[in-house]
Design a protein around this ligand. Structure first.
Ligand code: SAM
Ligand code: SF4
Length: 351
């Protein structure tokens, strides 16, 4: 029996920070009773702070153009084997209105890093969506200047998702040529400074990553004091340099998610599409070990097959309503309920 593991679980308190050593011990939980106990505790903490509600964030993938060349992503600019698309600003607004009509309280606007949408265009989209709705808007469009982030925040964006991808600085710089870990952190600090609710996160299963790296990921998320953390498995894409790397391990992903829940009791943690892509029950499993958010894909059907960051992406053949209905069914089956509010930061209630 791994006594040290059980001691960490027993003395866990949401108000006390876990050390790197403790996080590593938890991430090394065996597949039997240790993982079960870890998942049960994460589920309990999720229930204590977030209750049974699952927040739905409808994600619109509005452009698959990208100027970057990330070694893990199918949208990388070197991939010639992909049909590129862009929604006009008016099409993004129309898609957003449809999503609002479907009852979503949060819309996530995501794209490759596509400078075709300058700050003025993004702001115009935000202003138009916000003109007659109080829907929360999350942007996930990559790195911009602090001034651009400020303009977008002022135009009505509430949240920004920019994953740190890996806390291993060398690995980050290697996997994201032309960008740097240092700049990523500066962007995350800028987002915080201009007022955004900040989301970050990492992939599990990148080549060269260790359990210690995952512990560093969790500690970085804690240090950034994120409102949201997206933690999902890496899935290889055939048209990338990482084509031959095996996918991230689902169990390790779930353990990372569960430990993130212990370390960040207030954060919103999605049950990711990547987990659902690895395993048909991936989202349900994630909901049972700390997750409290699902991001159904509400991209118009004709585009979503083209937003292939990795192959076999769950939901690629559904239309927005089918994706929503499937998500509703899934939540019902797990005995949870759909949240009615926007799912803003919980910090104001607990600090
Ligand atoms: N371009 C923006 C950015 O990089 O922040 C947003 C879009 S990007 C496609 C969104 C996320 O997809 C990234 O943060 C990354 O974690 C994830 N992603 C990319 N390739 C992936 C892969 N092969 N497996 C799993 N997740 C991947
Ligand atoms: Fe572009 Fe984002 Fe993919 Fe990197 S992860 S290639 S920035 S879409």
């Amino acid at each position: 029996m791994n006594i040290a593991f059980w001691q960490v679980l027993e003395k866990y308190k949401p108000s006390q920070q876990l050390s790197k050593k403790e996080i590593v011990l938890l991430l090394n939980a065996n597949v039997g009773s240790e993982s079960q106990a870890l998942f049960a505790l994460a589920d309990q903490v999720r229930q204590q702070y977030h209750g049974p509600a699952v927040h739905l964030r409808g994600i619109i993938e509005f452009s698959n153009y990208c100027k970057n060349d990330c070694c893990y992503c199918g949208l990388r600019c070197s991939n010639q084997n992909i049909e590129r698309y862009r929604l006009l600003a008016s099409e993004v607004v129309a898609a957003a209105h449809q999503v609002i009509m479907m009852g979503f309280n949060t819309i996530v606007l995501q794209s490759g890093e596509d400078p075709w949408y300058d700050a003025a265009t993004i702001c115009e989209i935000l202003l138009q969506i916000k003109r007659d709705s109080n829907v929360a808007i999350t942007l996930s469009i990559g790195e911009r200047t602090k001034e651009e982030y400020r303009l977008m925040y002022q135009a009505g964006a509430d949240r920004f998702l920019l994953k740190h991808e890996t806390a291993d600085q060398q690995l980050f710089n290697k996997l994201r040529p032309g960008t740097s870990f240092e700049k990523r952190l500066i962007c995350l600090q800028s987002l915080r400074a201009v007022g955004f609710q900040v989301g970050s996160g990492n992939m599990v299963g990148l080549p060269g990553q260790t359990v210690a790296t995952l512990a560093a990921d969790i500690l970085l998320l804690k240090q950034l004091d994120v409102e949201m953390a997206g933690i999902g498995p890496f899935i290889p894409h055939p048209q990338t340099p990482l084509a031959q790397v095996p996918p991230g391990d689902l169990q390790l992903t779930l353990k990372t998610l569960a430990v993130a829940r212990l370390a960040l009791p207030l954060a919103h943690l999605p049950a990711t599409t990547a987990a659902a892509t690895l395993h048909p029950q991936g989202r349900q499993m994630a909901l049972a070990c700390g997750a409290n958010v699902i991001m159904p894909n509400v991209t118009p059907l004709k585009f979503r097959k083209l937003y292939q960051i990795y192959p076999g992406k769950a939901g690629s053949t559904e239309n927005p309503l089918e994706s929503l209905n499937k998500t509703r069914d899934l939540i019902r089956v797990t005995g949870r309920e759909i949240a009615t509010g926007r799912g803003d930061s919980l910090k104001k209630y607990f600090r």
